[in-house]
Ligand binder design. Structure first.
Ligand SMILES: [Fe+2]
Length: 273
């Protein structure tokens, strides 16, 4: 009689890092009473120390709190220390012009949107630009839909993973849901047409949230600076907290999407008795 088989493949095919919403300002500046540069720097040091083997590190938007040169300069400084290739998304706090000045080498699509694709033999990673100038909510216009449609259509046998700042569905936090991705009909029909999106990683929420939407799994996590208070009731103005910060470590293979969350707020091991 054969013994029970071990779980197939205990090593992931690929590892990457998910960081979100650093809200950087000029070096030493503060946002909601916290120093976003120092907090992202701590995160970068951890990634360098423990995850230098990651394929990439994606930051899902709100890179610069005021969308200005001070924030993007700080981002460029910290990315210069990161020993893992970075992929960057813009969020509602960002400005494409400021981003482009400081990070001229960051990939953009043919229309100037901060979108790009990254291929692995088994996976296609798509980094989307949901920024809508002057709005806290996100939009995904016809130019961007065309790009997404082309990327999904040419993925072949690869599973597709989407990265976006604004979630394309309500998460049950009214203060967040009213500034999510608006006008999603074309986005939804494009995804439905191809049936190859496996997981959506997003930012914007400043909270850990996971589940699935239209049979596609999703996840987001605490930002590296301030967090959004968990409030499922309608509010006039969102409140922020000092929970977290955190970053995610994602392990992929043919059967698994495993998302670990590393809480950076307090990690002293408990001594054994
Ligand atoms: Fe944010």
């Amino acid at each position: 009689m054969s013994s029970a088989s071990a779980p197939a493949g205990d090593r992931a095919v690929l590892k990457f890092i998910h960081v979100t919403d650093p809200h950087l300002v000029g070096r030493g500046g503060r946002v909601h009473g916290l120093d976003p540069g120092a907090r992202l720097e701590r995160c970068v040091e951890e990634i360098n120390d423990h995850h230098e083997d990651a394929a990439f590190c994606v930051i899902t938007g709100d890179l610069a709190h005021n969308g200005d040169d001070g924030g993007y300069g700080e981002l460029a400084r910290l990315l210069g220390r990161l020993r893992v290739p970075a992929r960057l998304l813009v969020g509602n706090h960002d400005r494409r012009e400021g981003f482009a000045r400081a990070l001229a080498g960051a990939p953009r699509d043919a229309h100037g949107f901060v979108q790009s694709a990254l291929d692995h033999p088994r996976f296609r990673f798509l980094f989307l630009d949901t920024h809508d100038e002057g709005s806290k909510a996100g939009r995904y216009c016809g130019w961007r839909i065309d790009w997404l449609n082309e990327q999904l259509a040419t993925a072949g046998d690869r599973d597709v993973f989407l990265f976006m700042h604004h979630p394309p569905f309500a998460v049950g936090i009214p203060g967040l849901d009213r500034i999510g991705l608006l006008d999603v009909d074309d986005f939804v029909s494009t995804i439905d047409r191809h049936h190859n999106v496996r997981h959506i990683f997003f930012g914007h929420a400043h909270r850990p949230i996971s589940g699935h939407w239209r049979r596609i799994s999703f996840s987001t996590l605490f930002a590296t600076n301030h967090q959004l208070a968990l409030n499922l009731a309608p509010v006039e103005r969102p409140r922020y907290t000092h929970e977290g910060p955190a970053y995610g470590i994602v392990l992929l293979d043919a059967d698994r999407v495993v998302v670990h969350t590393r809480d950076l707020s307090g990690d002293r091991p408990i001594d054994s008795q």
